[in-house]
Design a binder for this molecule. Structure first.
Ligand code: VGL
Ligand code: ZN
Length: 213
């Protein structure tokens, strides 16, 4: 049964970029450990989308764009929403914005850049953080006939989380592959809480071995 999940699914590999891996500007602990897991899964799914966090210099999500603020502080934006501030990361076309060098890019069908609006952040692969501006990904996936998504990558508690939550809201069946994800976990406990919330929203949190067996 589980094998058929992969063959009829589309996979979203979220932000597997140098800046989110050890040595990067916003390194996720053990972020690089997901690479072999994802390399093994990706050739077995029907359609693979990889996202890239892709910010202009001076992006609104960078602490350095707000005087007196430091990474992990938050600010209220012009539209009244709260924005967590991050170290400068994934500045478009810099080495930190590249995929992890060991990611096998041959199975990738689509590369989606997100977060390019200087005044708006974009955690989810489907909508920017205003929750209205669509990336168009839903049309690509539904237009190609997919209703089941396998979601993995970085970071579990940020972009993977918002991507999977939006996928459920859009009506997809969602598998989040826990061992193919790593999280920021600031504050501590964020990864555990994210997985709990994903389960409550109807996502199936699975291990890669369960999909492979
Ligand atoms: C991400 C923080 C800021 C992510 C992106 O990919 O999870 N996290 N920008
Ligand atoms: Zn970002």
């Amino acid at each position: 049964m589980q094998t058929s999940v992969l063959v009829r699914s589309a996979m979203i590999i979220v932000d597997l970029q140098q800046d989110f891996c050890p040595g990067g500007a916003l390194a996720v602990e053990h972020g690089d450990q997901v690479v072999p897991v994802i390399n093994a899964l990706a050739p077995r799914v029907a359609y693979v989308v990889a996202t890239k966090d892709w910010h202009p210099a001076g992006h609104v999500s960078f602490a350095s764009s707000h005087s007196g603020k430091k990474p992990f502080d938050s600010v209220e934006l012009a539209d009244g929403t709260s924005q967590i501030l991050w170290p400068e990361h994934c500045v478009r076309a810099t080495p930190g914005s590249e995929f992890h060098p060991d990611l096998d890019t041959r199975p990738l069908d689509v590369i989606l850049h997100k977060g390019a609006n200087p005044r708006l952040d974009s955690y989810s692969a489907f909508f920017e953080n205003d929750k209205r501006t669509s990336t168009g990904l839903v049309h690509l996936l539904k237009g190609n006939g997919f209703d089941t998504l396998v979601i993995c990558g970085l970071a579990t508690d940020v972009c993977v989380f918002f991507t999977a939550m939006d996928a459920r809201k859009l009506g997809f069946s969602v598998y989040v592959v826990e061992d193919a994800c790593r999280g920021v976990d600031v504050p501590s406990g964020s990864v555990r809480n994210a997985l709990t919330e994903l389960r409550s929203a109807g996502c199936q949190v699975v291990q890669s071995a369960e999909l492979s067996s």
